[in-house]
Design a protein around this ligand. Structure first.
Ligand code: SF4
Length: 339
């Protein structure tokens, strides 16, 4: 089983409650089942035969995890309870026990695989569907490219495999990755810029895991802007930059901090601690499709921690987090500190 690769997490997390406060879903449902300890205990039970994927409540718990990877990031031993959860979903799918809603979503992503290229050159910008849906983010990113004096070829299109991997559909995710890598090769792309941290994680982490080689270097837009030494006319002022699930917990990327420094932003501490996630299920990619009611609760939880919800300038690194914090949290949210 896929979960066998995460034996350390199963054996250790099932007795540990140290990171329960970092379980975003547990924090809004007030349920122990939504913590790494209980998920690990349930997966241990799967191996010993006292639990089974026939139990719909068990499978539902696996599919409502926020997958922020905060727990593994802050765990003193870095036991990969997040990787365990993803592996468990793959096992659910392999066992033919994926819930109908999950299967429907996965089929939609398989169908969406496909891209086109607009423009010329060997620098390209992957305009994922989540980012493309936010016209303000698209316009601001184009302004940044102009300031950096680049005019990348734009590659809009569908799934590159991340959502499929997160839903547990590994062969389909790998097939999407292979197709995207072949597309980039055919287009002669040497540098690929990505706005969505989830796409960066897919390209930098999932693709090597699948054994898929990319023909290009991958850079996040924030890092590219810093490297390009774009000059900004005025300082960004006081902001509350929320640590991004993928950039901080998955990729260990410090681009956002560098960008904040480059624009002379005064980054104020948000909430009661800087450990937990405020990204409302960004790591789970499609949590707002499977469980909008939970994403609403997550956004309200974040909003309740803002000093002045209407005025505080909240800065995030993903269009997903911006969308749900604006929609459900009614917060004043910016994509990157320069938009
Ligand atoms: S990830 Fe670390 S802190 Fe969290 S339950 Fe597992 S062992 Fe404990």
């Amino acid at each position: 089983m896929n979960i066998d690769k995460y034996n350390e997490a199963i054996m250790n997390c099932r007795f540990c409650f140290m990171c329960r406060h970092l379980s975003a879903i547990g924090n809004v449902r007030f349920t122990e089942v939504d913590t790494p300890r209980i998920r690990a205990a349930m997966l241990y039970g799967l191996r010993t035969g006292t639990n089974s994927f026939d139990d719909e409540d068990f499978v539902d718990a696996l599919y409502r995890q926020d997958l922020s990877a905060c727990c593994v990031h802050h765990c003193v031993n870095h036991y990969d309870e997040n990787g365990l959860a993803l592996a468990a979903r793959a096992d659910v799918v392999e066992a033919g026990k994926a819930p109908e809603a999950v299967k429907k979503l996965a089929a939609k992503f398989v169908k969406s695989v496909g891209w086109k290229a607009e423009g010329t050159g060997d620098i390209a910008w992957f305009l994922d569907e989540t980012t493309a849906a936010d016209k303000a983010v698209v316009a601001a990113t184009k302004k940044l490219f102009a300031a950096a004096k680049v005019s990348p070829k734009v590659i809009p299109g569908g799934s590159i495999g991340k959502a499929l991997k997160v839903l547990g559909f590994l062969p389909e995710a790998k097939a999407a990755a292979e197709q995207f890598a072949a597309f980039l090769k055919a287009e002669g792309v040497k540098t690929l810029l990505v706005s969505n941290p989830a796409a960066a994680s897919a390209l930098k982490q999932d693709y090597p895991e699948f054994g898929v080689k990319l023909p290009c270097e991958v850079k996040c837009v924030a890092g590219f802007v810093v490297q390009s030494k774009v000059k900004f006319a005025k300082a960004a002022g006081e902001v509350y930059a929320l640590a991004d699930d993928f950039l901080r917990n998955y990729l260990g990327c410090g681009c956002m901090d560098k960008l904040l420094a480059a624009v002379k932003a005064v980054n104020k501490p948000f909430g009661t601690n800087d450990e937990e996630t405020y990204c409302c299920g960004e790591g789970a990619i499609v949590l707002d499709k499977l469980h909008p009611e939970l994403v609403k609760k997550l956004a309200e939880y974040v909003a309740a921690r803002a000093d002045d919800p209407k005025k505080d300038k909240i800065v995030v690194a993903s269009a997903y987090t911006k969308r749900v914090l604006v929609k459900y949290g009614k917060l004043n949210v910016r994509f990157l500190p320069v938009t």
